[in-house]
Design a binder for this molecule. Sequence first.
Ligand SMILES: Cc1ncc(COP(=O)(O)O)c(C=O)c1O
Length: 419
Amino acid sequence: MKNYHLHTQLIHGQFRSKKWDYNHHVVPPMTASATFRLAGSTRGAAGFFRFACDRINPDRDVPIYIYDRLDEPTRGMLEENLATAEGAGCCVAFASGMAAVSAALGVLCHMGEEIVAHQVLYGCTYSLMTNWLPRIGVKTRFVDLNDVKAVKAALTPRTRVVYCETPVNPTLELIDLPRLRRALGEGAGRPSLVVDNTFATPNGQRPMTLGADVVVYSLTKGIGGFGTDMGGAVLASDKLRNEIMMYRKDFGGVLSPKAAWDFLVYGLPTLTTRLEATQRSAAKIAAWLERHPKVERVSYPGLASFPQARLARKQLRTLTGEFAPGAMIYFEVKDKKGDGEAGARLIDWVASNALSITLAVSLGQIKTLIEHPYSMTHSALPEADKLQGGVHPGGIRLSVGLEAPDDLIADLQSALAAV
Ligand SMILES: Cc1ncc(COP(=O)(O)O)c(C=O)c1O
């Protein structure tokens, strides 16, 4: 297996898993069993003893399945494949990206401890850190994580986690992960660096090779790819596996095996091919938008004008090492009043007239999606933080799909003509 490209490994996967005997299936069957027959009370007791047990080696011992919420074979195979793609010691899959983000923070942080997070985050992650975690005594400080001085000033002996997305949703700003990791120092008390890699996917960036301790995903996005299922994942070193499994068992936000099957059979095997195609279109569209007289600015890591173009070439790499600027674009339309009205008109035109572009949140799908982060996905952030972090009223987020790029450009051309 190891001699094949990761791309090939993700198509063939670990379907011949130690976890379940699918040897005769070319595609694993979709499992749907909430509970599992136990041959006797001894096996039942052994199953409970062995679940998330430090004395059991999950790579060697076939699990005794008891109940879906604890562990389940199809989801287990997805987890093995995701861990392979990421180069992680373990993967635990959740019902949504937010379930994964909250589990990662829930496992790492105890009452009285602190998080230092980047000043711009997906709105629900921000809301989790400001509305819910304080209720259990976990406080978050928001700073610019590319400002090493500000990071060092924000760290206290109670800081357990440093958290960011990179590329940042929606601005596509990058966090220099090796530099950030160096700023956190070494030693037992060092905070864990947790990175949300949803935008890049493992085929666009592998944060663990750049210094991250834990990686989180919304599988709903690029990894799922088709927009049919919600899911999330936490990837970490093997040492954290049992604790994350226990957390999932008790908080209950487990990924359904049917959704896991879709990610395993459709999402992961097509990831690299989808990204190649959507990225090619995105590069073309970003260059076209940049030349358009009604466009104020375009943020796309593949453009020479991208402020962190060198960092992008270092961090954003496919599984085989090629530059992977991705399929997300953030741009602003020229707006005399500066209140974002022109952007709103563009989006409204698209919603009513464009076949190739859909006004909808989410991203990383085969369909091109457009949205207005300032008033939609990032509405939970305070105005001042949004403006300082580059989330402006005129900003538009475009997630490029598999449509013909000329159709996408033609719809954008008409939309810009209408503003
Ligand atoms: C960067 C990022 N992280 C996490 C999430 C949450 O994922 P989910 O919607 O699957 O809960 C999102 C959703 O948009 C996201 O964009």
